[in-house]
Design a protein around this ligand. Structure first.
Ligand SMILES: [Fe+2]
Length: 334
């Protein structure tokens, strides 16, 4: 992966709408000729409505906040990288190695072990270490790297936020694991497609941005972060934006046979997932389009990533070695 690949045209040139998966025609989800009874659908809807209404409310509140401050930052000078971020939904930047080492040393002191060598237990796919960034040294390092790349100003302009809240930090340590997102369809003897784990997050568009900082070398085989530039701007009707997120939060998007069946009892217009990549048919035109546009962020391109998490992304699918990174969130407030 080189710089030229990072700056390839966004997916908006190939796709206009956010893709929809036809689950009725999906061989894993629906046997030929099978149908859901009317009563089953009614029962599923009865269970579904409360979650969906809660989702609608959250969506409305978020939109209200965005609209209220539509002109908040219009008169101030826009950060120079804002246009790039608005276009692609992702910025890939570099923090120098000396700085990363200082940060790692302080983090290791706080967590009480060395994140590069700690045994994370073969059974564990990933280990999260959550902590509030209250340490003054961490705070200082955090603002130094955010300010270096104008990330806070970009986030404020992008989300129309009055203030940005830095949500708790997560150190994520991952090692190869045969389970993580790989055996979703083992019950029917199918492997996951090449687009597996491609997803959007369950937060609503414009409510937050996410950041990833690689604390070690990341190459093609230890789970690079991947993003489909421009996918955050694909059009999608509001009810579908909500359904994807509600289905994620309520757990009905899971891949075990029982949940798949429950999912299929929903009317087709509610059958949308935030984590849709596992259900894209291999070698389909959609799969090829997404894979063609997806960029893979390896350490040689950059180690500090800001992204709109309502765009398509994935990461941490470690085949070999260990991936250690820091992840955190900027929540839009006000
Ligand atoms: Fe995500």
């Amino acid at each position: 992966m080189d710089q030229a690949q990072i700056s390839r045209p966004t997916i908006k040139k190939s796709l206009w709408r956010f893709p929809v998966i036809d689950y009725t025609a999906h061989p894993i989800y629906r046997q030929p000729g099978a149908k859901t009874g009317f009563n089953d659908t009614i029962a599923a809807l009865k269970q579904y409505w409360p979650d969906y209404f809660a989702g609608m409310y959250r969506y409305k509140e978020n939109r209200k906040r965005i609209m209220k401050h539509a002109f908040l930052h219009k008169r101030s000078q826009a950060p120079s990288d804002l246009a790039e971020f608005e276009e692609s939904g992702v910025l890939i930047r570099r923090i120098d190695q000396r700085f990363i080492e200082d940060l790692k040393n302080r983090l290791n002191e706080i967590i009480g072990f060395d994140m590069d060598t700690v045994d994370i237990d073969g059974q564990e796919v990933r280990r999260y270490i959550h902590f509030a960034n209250e340490d003054p040294e961490i705070e200082r390092l955090q603002f130094e790297m955010l300010n270096k790349h104008d990330f806070i100003e970009i986030a404020k302009h992008y989300t129309n936020a009055k203030t940005i809240d830095m949500a708790g930090w997560k150190i994520r340590i991952q090692q190869p694991n045969t389970e993580f997102k790989k055996n979703l369809f083992a019950d029917v003897g199918q492997s996951v497609p090449e687009t597996n784990y491609l997803h959007v997050d369950s937060s609503f568009p414009g409510s937050m941005l996410k950041m990833v900082l690689y604390l070690g070398e990341v190459n093609g085989s230890n789970g690079p972060f991947c993003y489909v530039p421009g996918s955050h701007r694909l059009n999608e009707p509001i009810w579908r934006v909500i359904a994807r997120r509600v289905n994620h939060k309520s757990g009905i998007q899971s891949w075990d046979p029982e949940t798949r069946e429950r999912f299929m009892r929903l009317p087709a217009f509610f059958r949308h997932k935030a984590e849709f990549g596992n259900d894209i048919l291999p070698n389909s035109e959609l799969a090829q389009t997404l894979l063609k546009h997806e960029i893979q962020v390896t350490s040689d391109v950059g180690n500090f990533i800001l992204f709109d998490n309502s765009g398509m992304h994935r990461g941490g699918l470690v085949e070999q070695g260990r991936r250690v990174c820091l992840q955190w969130t900027m929540n839009a407030l006000g």
